[in-house]
Design a protein around this ligand. Structure first.
Ligand SMILES: [Zn+2]
Length: 137
């Protein structure tokens, strides 16, 4: 979780984005992605080439994408209408979305959601024992 928040703070005021790798609903690695959107302050688009690399990486290590994460630097940590629309498009990658909100810079809020093909948003509980989202090598 610490790594997720530090990525968000580093890219602030732009939105950061990335992937959590692991298996099932358990992530063991955070994989940073570049936000190539033309309006990175309020939107994110993962760089397509990096996405291909990440896909090769999980294939090689026999893992999967557990979740997609991005930050909101000026709004609450709830999926925007655009996020929900995008979520349907990227549902082949992952249906779990983590949003870090930096509305209060000193108190980042991390929330997780599941967004299905019908655009239904369900909040998920994030369990952290130790630092499961920290990148390990
Ligand atoms: Zn968003």
């Amino acid at each position: 979780m610490g790594e997720l928040i530090s990525h968000a703070l580093q890219d602030d005021p732009n939105e950061c984005c990335g992937l959590l790798l692991g298996s099932g609903d358990e992530a063991d690695e955070l994989h940073r992605m570049s936000n190539v959107n033309k309006k990175p302050i309020s939107r994110y688009t993962m760089q397509p080439g990096e996405l291909v690399e990440a896909q090769e990486k999980i294939k090689k290590s026999n893992r999967e994408f557990v979740a997609i994460y991005h930050s909101h630097t000026f709004t609450q940590g709830y999926p925007s209408l655009i996020d929900i629309k995008n979520a349907v498009n990227v549902s082949s990658i992952a249906t779990r979305h983590i949003i870090v909100s930096l509305v209060e810079k000193t108190r980042p809020v991390v929330r997780a959601f599941s967004i299905n093909a019908e655009s239904e948003v369900t909040e998920l509980v994030i369990q952290t024992d130790g630092e499961p989202y920290r990148a390990s090598d």
